[in-house]
Write a protein that binds this ligand. Structure first.
Ligand SMILES: [Zn+2]
Length: 185
């Protein structure tokens, strides 16, 4: 968060996000109390705007249906698609046995074409478990495939996260105690 005072501003306050930081522009003559009040107000306003922009679980499921129809001939039919907050080392994961797809909250603020890639990746795992050529052939028609993978790699590198779309050791398949395969982006 950063507050910038401007001598040219008289009464107007504005705010925007820059490199993930909130920048609030206020008139130079504002008191500390006015500054605090406006920073709080602008923070709430931006949070509300972001909440309107980002899809909820219902919209996420609808988005997955559209992607399945468009790129997978509707063959991938998840039983549920939901955001999860406790998935910090994976962008998305899929349990084919229950046809459950979970998308990390970390993807929420990313561009729509990145979210679509993560969804499509997990949808494809409902049809093909591993990351063989047949898996990538399913994703081939998605026009921003390489760009989206590059974007996620960039975010992971910037955050020093040991996360890539093929998982920590170039393989994203882990098996839970029930022996069901789980696949993560
Ligand atoms: Zn995968």
């Amino acid at each position: 968060m950063e507050v910038r005072r401007s001598a040219r501003r008289r009464r107007t306050v504005s705010a925007y996000e820059e490199d993930g930081r909130l920048v609030v522009l206020i008139p130079a003559g504002f008191t500390r109390a006015q500054e605090r009040m406006w920073v709080q107000r602008m923070r709430e306003r931006l949070a509300a705007r972001r909440a309107r922009r980002t899809p909820g679980d219902d919209e996420l499921a609808a988005r997955a249906r559209r992607l399945s129809t468009r790129y997978l001939q509707g063959r991938a039919r998840p039983a549920s698609v939901a955001w999860v907050g406790n998935q910090r080392r994976r962008w998305g994961s899929c349990t084919p046995a229950t046809r459950t797809i979970r998308i990390s909250e970390q993807v929420r603020g990313m561009p729509g074409w990145v979210l679509d890639y993560v969804l499509l990746h997990e949808l494809a795992h409902l049809l093909v478990p591993g990351h063989g050529p047949d898996f990538w052939a399913l994703l081939e028609p998605y026009p921003r495939l390489e760009r989206a993978r590059g974007y996620l790699e960039g975010v992971a590198a910037a955050a020093h996260l040991d996360i890539s779309d093929d998982g920590p050791d170039g393989h994203d398949v882990s098996t839970d105690r029930d022996g069901r395969g789980e696949h993560a982006v």
